[in-house]
Ligand binder design. Structure first.
Ligand SMILES: Nc1ncnc2c1ncn2[C@@H]1O[C@H](COP(=O)(O)OP(=O)(O)OP(=O)(O)O)[C@@H](O)[C@H]1O
Ligand SMILES: O=P(O)(O)OC[C@H]1O[C@](O)(CO)[C@@H](O)[C@@H]1O
Ligand SMILES: [Mg+2]
Length: 453
């Protein structure tokens, strides 16, 4: 072995043996001193505790390792002891932000799990997102009310953006006597949940807060993926397939599909890989350009010459830097403070037409633009996502009953774990355009790398 190869290998070996630290998880006993552990009511639940106590409970030695963060996280699941007496439990469940397939399944499974596993009876839905804590009456929930909810898209508790008033929310939680708060939402919601948790801890209240990450865009980090994402990818296939048919049936036809994905292109990427009909996939993580050598137009020109048609998939957040904006458009925000995007699909369609008329005057050319927007997320979850939502909800319940707070339940390498809320709230999940996955996309589409030489 020569010197150069050994110097290459050394850092990798060292990396493998780096010590992995256990992530500390907030627990109610950290700031409430007189809290006593109780036997877990699951001891007497013949339907769930089928192992009859042998290896049934998760111990402090059970951890899940994350390659990405190089931390060990506590394994999700029931604990030997609980820190809530079921007759004293009062639960609030809220959904915030945009819709996502599976929201109703998570709510349903929280209600059914809290009721059937632990015998909790005081369960309430907060309607219309964060503002619902202080502006509407909580709605009582029980298993018979929610029994069909997993078959419905959207959230039957309703949702909204904006309306985050920390003081009013925590006052309402306290005044209404809630001691378990389940918050389902995306990155913004998780940032709000961190603030609620910190305020509750500051006030030394015996109230557990848990986040259940929801994002159809799959833009939350640390966890493997977010629920509803796979359903959305599946729904996107119909739009791509229609775009392909339209493009193929026209002379010099282009099928253009815009898919959701504000800051990440996971839906576009996965829909592209699974469809195989896509010639070019544009995502927010990839800068692209239209004109000149190596640009989009040159690539499409070639594709039309070779195949007579082309399919283009674009994530809604792609190209936002190169679409011209007026000063007022630069400032426009939604109720939560997110920048309002311009329609990249409409812009691309008009740029494509302009380019073709200039370069090929008089020749036939068609762009069929399909924007399925809400159709990919306003549906109920598919079977895989439904299963996932159930495991998420039950994991959250076990953690809260075990006294953990300020955490998120989610899968890491396929194993369910508890992760500090704060870590999840600041972990985003961009598509890595420098990894093998992206090489795979390029090998499927043969699209340019858009690196100007
Ligand atoms: N930094 C923040 N601090 C406190 N609250 C926040 C913060 N960011 C967002 N929120 C609140 O969280 C809720 C949801 O935020 P947002 O509309 O950004 O959706 P989200 O949770 O990111 O979901 P998604 O983007 O996937 O639809 C809103 O009520 C918003 O006011
Ligand atoms: O129109 P709304 O409800 O604000 O939601 C649109 C946004 O929600 C998301 O689906 C995230 O939930 C984004 O992809 C999209 O930009
Ligand atoms: Mg968001």
């Amino acid at each position: 072995m020569d010197d150069s190869s050994s110097s290459h290998q050394l850092p990798i070996v060292t990396h493998l043996f780096e010590p992995i630290k256990l992530k500390k998880l907030p627990h109610l006993t950290h700031y409430i001193s007189n809290l006593q552990p109780l036997p877990n009511p699951l001891d007497h639940n013949p339907y769930f505790n089928t192992l009859h106590l042998q290896n049934f409970y998760i111990t402090p030695n059970d951890v899940v390792l994350s390659h990405a963060t190089r931390f060990a996280y506590r394994t999700a699941g029931p604990r030997n002891n609980v820190y809530f007496n079921p007759p004293e439990v009062r639960v609030a469940i809220v959904t915030c932000g945009g819709l996502c397939p599976g929201l109703n399944t998570v709510i349903r499974e929280l209600v059914v799990g809290l009721w059937n596993l632990y015998g909790n009876r005081e369960i309430f839905g907060i309607t219309g997102g964060y503002r619902g804590f202080y502006s509407t009456e909580p709605v009582p929930l029980n298993p018979s009310i929610v029994h069909y909810w997993h078959n419905k898209g959207g959230t039957l508790l309703q949702t909204s953006r904006g309306g985050f008033d920390l003081c009013k929310i925590v006052d309402a939680i306290q005044n209404r006597g809630f001691n378990q708060v389940y918050i389902i939402g995306g990155d913004g919601t998780m940032r709000g949940a961190v603030k609620i948790f910190n305020e509750i801890r500051q006030r030394k209240l015996n109230i557990a807060v848990v986040g259940i990450p929801k994002t159809v865009d799959n833009d939350i980090g640390i966890i493997d993926r977010s629920f509803g994402f796979q359903t959305a990818v599946e729904m996107a296939q119909q739009a791509i397939s229609a775009a392909h048919v339209e493009a193929e049936s026209a002379v010099n036809g282009i099928g253009l599909v815009k898919l959701m994905g504000r800051s990440t292109g996971h839906i576009a990427l996965h829909a592209t890989l699974s469809s195989r009909d896509v010639d070019c996939c544009l995502i927010p993580e990839l800068d692209f350009y239209l004109e000149g050598k190596g640009g989009l137009f040159e690539f499409l020109d070639q594709r039309l010459k070779e195949n007579g048609h082309a399919v283009l998939v674009v994530a809604e957040g792609a190209g936002q830097d190169i679409i011209p904006r007026t000063d007022s458009q630069k400032e426009e925000r939604d109720e939560s403070g997110n920048l309002v995007f311009l329609d990249v699909g409409v812009w691309l369609k008009s740029e494509l037409k302009r380019w073709w008329d200039r370069e090929h005057p008089g020749e036939l050319f068609t762009v069929k633009y399909i924007d399925p927007t809400y159709m990919i997320r306003a549906v109920h979850a598919n079977a895989t996502d439904n299963l996932y939502c159930t495991l998420l909800a039950h994991s959250a319940i076990h953690g809260v009953m075990g006294g953990y707070t300020g955490f998120v339940a989610g899968p890491i390498n396929g194993n369910y774990a508890y992760i500090p809320l704060e870590d999840v709230a600041c972990a985003n999940n961009p598509v890595n355009t420098k990894d093998h996955n992206w090489s795979w996309v390029r090998s499927v589409t043969n699209q340019p790398d858009f690196l100007k030489s």
